[in-house]
Write a protein that binds this ligand. Sequence first.
Ligand code: ADP
Ligand code: MG
Length: 928
Amino acid sequence: MSTAPAPRDGTEAALLTDGTTVRIRSITVDDRKAVLGLHTTGLSDESRRNRFFGVSRTAPRTATDRLCGPPRDGLLTLGAWVGDVLVGEADCELLDEPPQTAELALVVADHWHHRGVATLLLEHLIHAARQRGVRFFEADALTGNRSVHKVFADLGLPVRRRYEQGEVRVRVPLDESDEHYREAVDERGRRADVASLAALLRPASVAVVGVSRREGSVGRAVLDRIRNGGFTGPAWAVNPAADTIAGEPAYPSVGALPGVPDLAVLAVPAAAVPVVAEECGRAGVRALLVLTAGLGAAQAGQLLHSCRRHSMRLVGPNSLGIAHTDPAVRLDAEFGGAFPLPGTAGVAVQSGGVGIALLERLAWLGVGVSGFVSLGDKYDVSGNDLLRWWEQDGRTDLALLHLESFGNPRAFARTARRVTRRMPVLTVDAGRSEAGRRGAASHTAAAATPTVVRETLFHQAGITATRSIDELVAAAGLLHAQPLPAPRGAIAVVSNAGGIGILAADACADAGLELPELPGELARLLPPGASVRNPVDTTAAVLPAELTLFLRALEREEAVDAILVCLVPTALGTAQGRDPLRALLEGPASRPVPLAAVLLDQQVPISYLTCADGGVLPAYSDVAAAARALAHARDRARLLAEPPSPEAEAPGCDRAVARSLVDGYLHAHPEGGWPDPLTTADLLESYGLPLITSVWARDEHTAVVTAAGLGRLGHEGKAVLKAYWPGQVHKSEAGAVRTGLAGESEVRSTYREFARSFGARLAGAVVQPMAGPGVELLAGVVQDRVFGPLVVLGAGGTATEVLADRTARLAPLTERDLTTMVTDLRTEPLLAGHGGAPPVDLAAVRSVLARLSRLATDLPELVEADLNPVIARPDGAVCVDARIRLEPRPSYDPYLRRLRRPAPVAAPGRHGREGGAAGVVREDRILE
Ligand code: ADP
Ligand code: MG
């Protein structure tokens, strides 16, 4: 037995449409044999004719020589390997300098047609070529070569064809209609992912490796559970030392089994995992569930490499197991809590402990589960995969996630945005504490804490983010049992004890819910002394029948979108058999508006009340929990009420200019840094950001002359002088900003003061016209290595930190993001025209945000931009102070189809570990 040979650098793994894993890498001189094989025995005569436009004997060898020569700058090659077999090749010759157009060639072995090899290779080649600045692929094909035409047609890019004497010249623009292309790539990725997950999530046969005869060992426990749980296929035991286990045959190795299992469960010691995984792969196993914890980095790398090499998807290591309740599968392969009730909730957790707690609560509540996956250390299968599976499994209608870290949050958000439109996706937002606040050199960076970034991601993806397991179950319990309220979410609070009603009303207000006024005549339905001001106090004397009628009337009220009924057991009620709870139990659960109850004598946080129609109403023990659940339901209703919003428009951005400015700066400053005011202004202006005219005057005389000119353009004819030296941070605090300067002598004396105070480090002064008064805003962007650019808008100027009034969105921003960012601010009334002032030009503010979003998306090297203040006025918006930071960053396409690579492994985990990797995990492993 052996482990897999070491992977090569630069190899990416990705999935074909049938779920097979291929590995993609450049072709080298060592690949001659494989490349020649592909072009000869790999192709039929017809395919060869299509590839070489004839039947030349020497063509395959010439092609091989071209591809397998010493590396050349003008040639990009990619091969796709399944195991050790080269199944396809794509390459392009860069035709001009700088390269705009590249000549494309593509070939797939006959056996491997119709599995998406060509498209996948093309996607990766497009990615590589775009990075080299290529804007077009061109290729010739025979008109009769149908498969290659289909590849181009399906690609998702606006391909143009020119026909000439039996040949077609194809031209593929690489930088247009990005969203359309992304959508096509995503759709292919989804299909491939689902196909690859079937062996894991709908296996026909299972083997457990590492089953000892001793009851109570992990392997043995899982095997017993699989068998006793009624798994519909064979479940084999593998143990080199035993012939029988639990009265059934055991086999010495995976290779010796009577069949090839779809799924192998590994419960062997860490040191044995790589060898067993490779053995499984060679035997043809399609998925691994690794329960073992504590793998070292080398072991982890070997495990994942075996999975990639042999097309196996992997859950874990350090997983608590998986469970499927689908009667066609019934797999109970876990060693945590009880087998979940069958149902429609999909549950995926990173921490096993959280998983057990969650399953227990769901079981207690009677909410059934379609599938449970303990993701463990998440080397491969992640929350994104599960969302894609649940989206199409025909059973799941509620997704519950617990994620401590993200491998590729942008891809996750993209999937989640789609799935949340079909089903509620709830998560416990783990790691909200502010431990990781970075020492920030700009206001924008200070605003972009890991917490803000993650919350923003959840919010933009439409995910219901809760703060605890209990809050998650409370919200899931409501969403599962009751319809959504109308998006307005106006709540009528009804209680039989006035004090509780007031507490509930406060809790609703805290949760951001509104309590509408109710019509006074409703009071006639209630006992004397009742009050129908919202919250409604029915008094303790209310009879069940009265409460029933009252609730029915409330449901018909236009002002009411949901009802919260809070009941306290009263001596009056129970003594006389007039418990008002009967009004709920004897009525229907299915009502025109959603209803939640608070029962103050209830011992558990949430339970279901079974009603006359067989449906259920959620009942909480705590008013705050009920209010938050209602607020989550309202937020979801709002999400569904709004159609998806298009990406914000930012016309007239000059990407080429910006690119050359950034490249130029980084060439001179390979480490990165804060460019001087001129470069900063040029870069921002290339994307149409409105900067006030600024001149960098390097001596007193220039400053005076410039101020005389610029001052005339300024408000009341005045100018502004700012002392400049490289690396300065907050200027006004250092006394480096003087506004409202009129006349030569003021400018001159200001410059002299600067020279006195700042001495030798003074590198001149920036001269600007004085901007007219307006609302000072902060607009900025900061790149998160993993989450991408975050755009920030806030109250700006000198009060930035004092007010801390700001909001953020991950780029790319949508048109709706532009609107809600403005309305999110407490400062918003000032923008709308406070106290008779005219409203500011909001279109100008929106344009600043849209352009920042585009700039940072196009240029990952722009790691920080801080425009503070942008002065918003009725006649436009102008930025008087901008700073940016550039850093070398490889461009990274989060949407390129690829599986995770072997990762550097953190400290050994333990089962049920809590919160280990809380917060934003900066997983450099996903960067190239
Ligand atoms: P810093 O943020 O480094 O302290 P700024 O250049 O933002 O320095 O200037 C501080 C404040 O001075 C701004 O918030 C703004 O109120 C005012 N200010 C600066 N430049 C101008 C200008 N050209 N026109 C009007 N006000 C300005
Ligand atoms: Mg400033």
